[in-house]
Ligand binder design. Structure first.
Ligand SMILES: Cc1cc2nc3c(=O)[nH]c(=O)nc-3n(C[C@H](O)[C@H](O)[C@H](O)COP(=O)(O)OP(=O)(O)OC[C@H]3O[C@@H](n4cnc5c(N)ncnc54)[C@H](O)[C@@H]3O)c2cc1C
Length: 376
């Protein structure tokens, strides 16, 4: 008998296992794949972290706490998990990205700088902005290292006594009075609480909830810039998200750890609907051409040799807000799903929230936006 079982030890589940174990709970973690694998949603070296949040000002208080918790984890372990190299949100002034980032920053008194097109080009010459393009520059943006952060959460959880089993998928679960019973090929386990944090597989494990989750195939590309890597060094270039005038958004990171490539991907653009069990892992020429058409026009030096490409998955809700809540029918079951392509930066605080819900039956954090009731 465990205090809590965590089903899915990816970004969110590893953080939940750590927070539960750090509160002295007897934790069993069950994971379908290996630790920090590349078959879910939490791989590919880097994830953007920022506080001016166009997706909604409601996220900002959670981001304050997420930053604090990432820092605490770094201090506790000596690991280098977060790099605050600054961030640029680039696009039309009235576009979703810039106007939403400005609104959330103003509402929460976040410091930022606005750059017009010529100032953007002067300070960051890799961009070819149109005359109407502006940018919000936020100093306290940057990136998290997802594999390192995930492993750190797992290692700390294990050091605090959590039992973590890999290559052991949860096949089914059922509520039992005030607890839950979980079945795998290896056995049957019982606990007072169950956390379901199965990423792209959440729809399978939570089919009873009928959440409208759509899984999409997303691609990460690594290009070797034309003209050398120097202009992409982290002391010269922050992370950035670019919204041209067609509603799509693409983004990139500086070249870190001596890399001679830079990563680019679409953030908001139609991802291909997929099934996590049968996803096509081959990246096709037309997909490379599509991102090249954006890089070539807006950041031409990045349109160099393609060195690597990898697939990843978003699990989207219709409104792109998360689902973090007690199960409406079984309060002993906690759900973390639908992170809609912007969840990684929050893993630290979502882990804390899941532990709050499991241990206290509630949380001081504002999670009303994440209720599954809104999606029914
Ligand atoms: C290409 C890409 C770029 C992104 N960029 C950013 C970004 O810049 N900033 C940002 O904040 N976010 C970003 N995100 C989003 C972020 O990475 C995700 O929101 C986050 O990783 C989701 O974490 P998760 O724990 O829900 O999923 P995962 O980390 O995939 O974890 C789910 C885990 O559950 C396991 N599992 C599934 N089913 C079972 C089962 N039955 N039994 C046991 N285990 C099971 C899986 O194997 C997996 O390990 C990006 C996502 C992608 C794909």
């Amino acid at each position: 008998m465990y205090d809590a079982i965590v089903a899915g030890l990816g970004g969110m589940g590893s953080a939940a296992a750590y927070h539960l174990a750090s509160r002295g709970k007897k934790v069993l973690g069950l994971e379908r794949h290996a630790p920090a694998h590349d078959k879910g949603s939490s791989h590919g070296e880097s994830r953007i972290i920022r506080q001016a949040y166009f997706e909604g000002a409601e996220y900002v208080p959670l981001l304050f706490r997420a930053y604090e918790l990432w820092e605490e984890l770094e201090e506790e372990t000596g690991e280098d998990l977060v790099t605050l190299c600054g961030g640029l949100m680039i696009g039309p002034e009235d576009g979703e990205l810039v106007s939403g980032s400005v609104a959330s920053a103003d509402e929460h008194g976040l410091p930022y700088e606005m750059l017009d097109s010529s100032e953007l080009k002067r300070r960051f010459p890799v961009f070819e902005p149109g005359p109407e393009t502006v940018a919000l520059f936020e100093k306290r943006a940057g990136f998290v290292r997802p594999e390192a952060a995930l492993r750190t959460h797992l290692d700390r959880a294990a050091a605090l006594g959590a039992e973590l089993r890999f290559g052991e998928p949860v096949l089914s679960w059922e509520a039992t009075g005030s607890g839950a019973r979980v079945r795998t090929e290896g056995g049957v386990y019982e606990a007072e609480r169950l956390v379901v944090s199965a990423g792209a597989w959440a729809g399978e494990l939570l089919s009873d909830l009928g959440l409208p989750l759509g899984v999409t195939r997303q691609i990460l590309f690594w290009f070797r810039p034309r003209g050398g890597i120097q202009a992409f060094a982290p002391d010269l270039l922050p992370i950035w998200i670019y919204e041209p005038d067609d509603g799509n958004m693409f983004y990139s990171f500086p070249a870190v750890d001596g890399a001679n490539t830079v990563k680019a991907a679409f953030f908001r653009a139609d991802g291909t609907p997929t099934d996590p069990n049968t996803i096509d892992r081959v990246v096709h020429d037309d997909e490379v051409d599509f991102i090249r058409s954006y890089l070539g026009r807006h950041v031409p030096a990045m349109d160099g040799e393609l060195v690597e490409a990898k697939t990843c998955m978003y699990t989207n809700t219709p409104d792109q807000h998360f689902v973090v809540s007690a199960h409406p029918d079984y309060p002993q079951v906690l759900v973390a799903a639908g992170f809609s392509g912007h969840g990684y930066k929050f893993c630290s605080v979502i882990g804390e929230i899941l532990a709050d819900l499991a241990v206290e039956g509630g949380t001081r954090h504002p999670v009303g936006l994440f209720s599954p009731a809104r999606l029914r």
